[in-house]
Design a protein around this ligand. Sequence first.
Ligand SMILES: NC(=O)C1=CN([C@@H]2O[C@H](COP(=O)(O)OP(=O)(O)OC[C@H]3O[C@@H](n4cnc5c(N)ncnc54)[C@H](OP(=O)(O)O)[C@@H]3O)[C@@H](O)[C@H]2O)C=CC1
Ligand SMILES: O=C(CO)COP(=O)(O)O
Length: 337
Amino acid sequence: MSEKIAVLGAGSWGSILASVLDENGHDVRLWSYNPDQVEELNTKHTNSRYIKDFTYSPSLVAYSDLAQALTDVDAVLFVVPTKAIRSVAGQVATILAAKNLQPQIIHASKGIEQKTYKRLSQVLAEEIPAANRKAVSVISGPSHAEDVARKDITLVTAASESPDAAKYVQKLFMTSYFRVYTNSDVIGVEIGAALKNIIALGTGALNGLGYGDNAKAALMTRGLAEISRLGTSFGADPMTFIGLSGVGDIIVTGTSSNSRNWRAGDELGRGEKLDDVIDHMGMVIEGLATTKAAYELSQERGVSMPITKAIYQVIYEGKDIRQAISDLMQREGRSEF
Ligand SMILES: NC(=O)C1=CN([C@@H]2O[C@H](COP(=O)(O)OP(=O)(O)OC[C@H]3O[C@@H](n4cnc5c(N)ncnc54)[C@H](OP(=O)(O)O)[C@@H]3O)[C@@H](O)[C@H]2O)C=CC1
Ligand SMILES: O=C(CO)COP(=O)(O)O
């Protein structure tokens, strides 16, 4: 099949997913709000700020005009940072209504909306009226853009309440090195995807402070336990958290310097100031905002999330990291499950 697909957001992940789709023979329109970036993508076929040493196929065309990118689309893939999802979806909705289109809606972003605590598929379904879309799906899993760029083996999951939509997304992306499973648990997939970034900040910080493998494994395991507690409180299937978008993504993000969240944590652990870390990263560090949303959500729902709370206190209340770790370790002993 060859579909017309608009990919919105030309950062590291959006541009590489666009490249996978282009390679699969789809008519891909990669949209960015930055005209200089569009110019670079269309003339040099590079995206140097976001992905180093990678050349895109000339068949992949970038657009700065959103309406043009959406012409006759069969599917729209959102890969902008979480904080931009609602505003971009609002613009998309207006254009789809004017063009009388009803594409599949997919997103590959990882976060929770601030203040509303909504998952991104909920935000998309709210902003794009049912008359102008088919189902909403999410594609997620352990997938650093840098690894996909060099065609390293990558497995992800496509989740949707509509089994047909999940299969559609699976078919769009599958290649010899990019394998896609389907999943009906949208809640579990989106919560796992968003909250693993908090844990990556934590394991990065442990690394920066000089802690070893035991400490990092402990943080990832107990981190997954609290993510699972929050997710199941919303009705997620506990099995999802031992799948690709749960333990898979915690491993890839919580152990790798390819992860911006891990790197940010590492730099904080080494004593750098948060503002400096954000400044020189130059790309989105989703875990920072997600820590706030998840902490507030855990308070609101009465779900125990001690690691998220500790990371929240370090980032938002200026608590000393070593003190936060010591306080976590001195909590009263309890049963593992
Ligand atoms: N990188 C990866 O390996 C993976 C990332 N993800 C997720 O994908 C999402 C995007 O991440 P990623 O591509 O890495 O992020 P990047 O920071 O690399 O790129 C984000 C892109 O979105 C643009 N952007 C920012 N705000 C807006 C806006 N309001 N309207 C339109 N475009 C905007 C940015 O432009 P500018 O920089 O000029 O602001 C940039 O081009 C995140 O949720 C991330 O968690 C998921 C899996 C893997
Ligand atoms: O989600 C990712 C890999 O699955 C990428 O993580 P970072 O946003 O921390 O780079």
